[in-house]
Design a protein around this ligand. Structure first.
Ligand code: HPA
Length: 291
């Protein structure tokens, strides 16, 4: 991973958008809708950014969107690079390196994930409390450049506890407000539907989904949700000192739980169904941490 290449990409972005960027958001499979919240948006296709790889997977538009969410400057990565696409791991985390050089201090990583925890529901959200890296690779492997961070970075608190509290508080408020609205509309007492749970995300390389036996193993290891992204970016972000939030959209029950087969189309469809809730939660969190 060359520092100079990341500098070149960051300089290019600055030539297109010269404001201080506070927060970056990476939108996962089927979760691109938050990009609509960005005002005065400058949209840059990945192929225009020097040293960026190009996104290939369906559901990933592949562009960086710079602009404001109610006055907070953000960079939104609509589409990410996955290791399973065949990119080198340095290409997967290159955007994080570039965002770090642009001064971004807070990174919100989102993804679609399968639920290993049998209590979670399809279409709910999971706030990542911690992760397990079973991707078979670490993005920091190789010569360390001290300008990014130290050789052996601590990973005790990859996902900021302070930010986790903010996300939980905002999700609770949303659920309560919705129940009140429904109560007024229907005249009937409503139960509050807390759609956000907390759990451990396990990153695998993919692209095949897991076998039921693998899911049983992951459950024994303490996994709540499984996916094919996020872990490399989170490690890289911590290496460079960013505060990280991770949110998974539970698009399906993991293999062997319901007996249903898993389709990428279903993953995309559920992502689209929760888009409104997801977008609103992200907007609230951005406003809380951006000021
Ligand atoms: N497994 C791995 N990755 C995923 C899944 C899954 O079940 N659902 C969405 N991404």
């Amino acid at each position: 991973m060359s520092y100079e290449k990341a500098v070149e990409a960051a300089e290019f972005i600055k030539s297109k958008y010269n404001k201080e960027i506070k927060i970056a958001v990476v939108l996962g499979s089927g979760l691109g809708a938050f990009a609509d919240e960005v005002e005065n948006a400058v949209k840059i296709p990945y192929e225009e950014i020097p040293n960026f790889a190009q996104s290939t997977v369906e559901g990933h538009a592949g562009r960086l969107i710079l602009g404001e969410v109610e006055g907070v400057s953000v960079a939104v990565q609509q589409g990410r690079f996955h290791y399973y696409e065949g990119y080198g791991i340095e290409q997967v985390v290159f955007p994080v390196r570039m965002l770090g050089l642009l001064g971004v201090k807070s990174l919100i990583l989102t993804n679609a994930a399968g639920s290993v925890n049998t209590d979670f529901k399809q279409g709910s959200l999971m706030l990542i409390r911690d992760h397990i890296n079973l991707m078979g690779i670490n993005p920091l492997r190789g010569e360390n450049d001290e300008r990014f961070g130290v050789r052996f970075p601590d990973m005790t608190e990859v996902y900021s506890l302070e930010y986790q509290e903010i996300v939980i508080a905002e999700a609770k408020k949303m659920a309560q407000e919705k129940a009140v609205r429904r109560e007024i509309e229907t005249g009937k007492k409503q139960t509050i539907n807390y759609f956000l749970r907390r759990g451990v995300y396990c990153g695998l390389s993919g692209p095949s989904y897991e076998t039921p036996a693998e899911i049983r193993l992951l459950r024994l290891l303490g996994t709540d949700a499984v996916g094919m992204s996020t872990v490399p970016e989170a490690i890289t972000a911590r290496h460079t000192g960013m505060n990280v939030i991770g949110i998974s959209c539970i698009t399906n029950m993991a293999a062997g739980i319901s007996g249903d087969v898993i389709h990428h189309e279903e993953v995309m469809e559920i992502g689209a169904k929760v888009a409104a809730t997801f977008k609103e939660l992200l907007r609230r969190v951005v406003l809380r941490i951006g000021f």
